[in-house]
Write a new protein. Structure first.
Length: 179
């Protein structure tokens, strides 16, 4: 199982409110992941299958073209083990039915809903250890000075306070406060 390096980050609890309190959250470290293009994915598939890189690339590109056509017709594309692609519309809410027209649609978005078989699980919460869908997270904390902030100077040790002499050489008797 591979490790995913994560770090703590801070942001406003309500992003749009500058008065909102700051909260910490976990995010994947910047520049710690690679982006696989069609060439790299085709190369990976070629190593485990009988298709050449060119054949795999052709199948992927054909699939994308076909998926675009299906979505453009208003249908969904479900790929077992991966998920479902579908479209949604972005338009503002209006007060009256008459104002709600096709022209009010500002954008068409392609959405993706992951198949339950593909869902990944934080290994620290998983009921089955080392399962195929478990992701092991590795929290990286920056060393002093590496996070772009000035390192905090070390606090000088406090010198021990010398005992106050009582004036006589005998030890002071211990007084029981309950007596």
């Amino acid at each position: 199982m591979a490790l995913v390096n994560v770090e703590r980050a801070q942001r406003r609890k309500i992003l749009s409110d500058p008065e909102s309190p700051l909260v910490y959250f976990i995010k994947q470290m910047k520049h710690d992941s690679k982006t696989y293009d069609i060439e790299r994915v085709a190369s990976e598939i070629e190593t485990v299958g009988s298709l050449s890189i060119e054949d795999v690339k052709h199948v992927i590109l054909s699939f994308v073209r076909s998926m675009k056509t299906v979505l453009r017709d208003g249908n969904r594309v479900k790929i077992e083990g991966l998920g479902t692609f579908y479209i949604t519309f972005r338009c503002p809410g209006v007060a009256t039915e008459k104002e709600c027209t096709i022209k009010s649609v500002q954008g068409i978005n392609i959405r993706f809903k992951v198949d339950p078989m593909l869902r990944l699980v934080n290994d620290s919460h998983a009921t089955t250890r080392a399962a195929a869908n478990n992701v092991q997270l590795n929290l990286i904390t920056p060393k002093e000075g590496e996070d772009g902030k000035e390192p905090t100077p070390p606090t000088p040790p406090t010198p021990p306070v010398p005992p106050v002499p009582s004036g006589d050489d005998e030890e002071d008797p211990i007084v029981d406060p309950t007596a």
